[in-house]
Design a protein around this ligand. Structure first.
Ligand code: RB5
Length: 147
């Protein structure tokens, strides 16, 4: 199950990605927003990030204007490693090396076609499991626990 969340500026991207997930038969839970009315990205980041953090969803996809604000908000939720990406290399490496559990995309940065491409890469790439990367992720978790 994939968690989806967005603000008004990410609505178009999310809807394009949802249609693609439907085509692929990938299940998702959409935490909104559902309309183009102006809203606050942190509200929807929290809803989707909670679902990933508590295990209800394995991974999440977030969308706002730049992908930045919604990633900042999601990363405040314990256990979330949200990565804001706009290129294929980063979308792949953040799964391989960072074991990112949420991908954040900007509706004012990437096209719907690019968003679909990035989401596919993110969802289809597994964490490498390599010791040095696991160690670095453990350091991030340790940092989170000390603040
Ligand atoms: C909304 O206008 C915009 O600020 C928001 O979607 C996002 O880009 C913030 O980081």
């Amino acid at each position: 199950m994939i968690a989806l969340g967005n603000d008004h500026a990410g609505l178009e991207l999310k809807n394009a990605v949802k249609a693609h997930l439907d085509e692929r038969g990938i299940e998702y839970k959409d935490f909104g927003t559902y309309t183009p009315d102006s809203c606050d990205y942190a509200v929807y980041a929290e809803k989707a990030a909670r679902a990933v953090a508590n295990g209800e969803c394995e991974l999440g996809l977030l969308f706002c204007g730049t992908g930045v604000g919604i990633s900042m908000a999601a990363n405040k939720v314990r256990g979330i490693r949200a990565a804001c990406c706009s290129d294929k290399f980063s979308a792949e490496m953040t799964r391989l090396h960072n074991d990112a559990n949420m991908l954040c995309l900007g509706g004012r940065v990437v096209t719907p076609e690019k968003a679909i491409e990035l989401c596919d890469i993110f969802l289809d790439t597994a964490f490498s499991g390599e010791e040095r990367h696991a160690r670095r992720i453990a350091q991030i978790t340790d940092l989170e626990n000390r603040f």
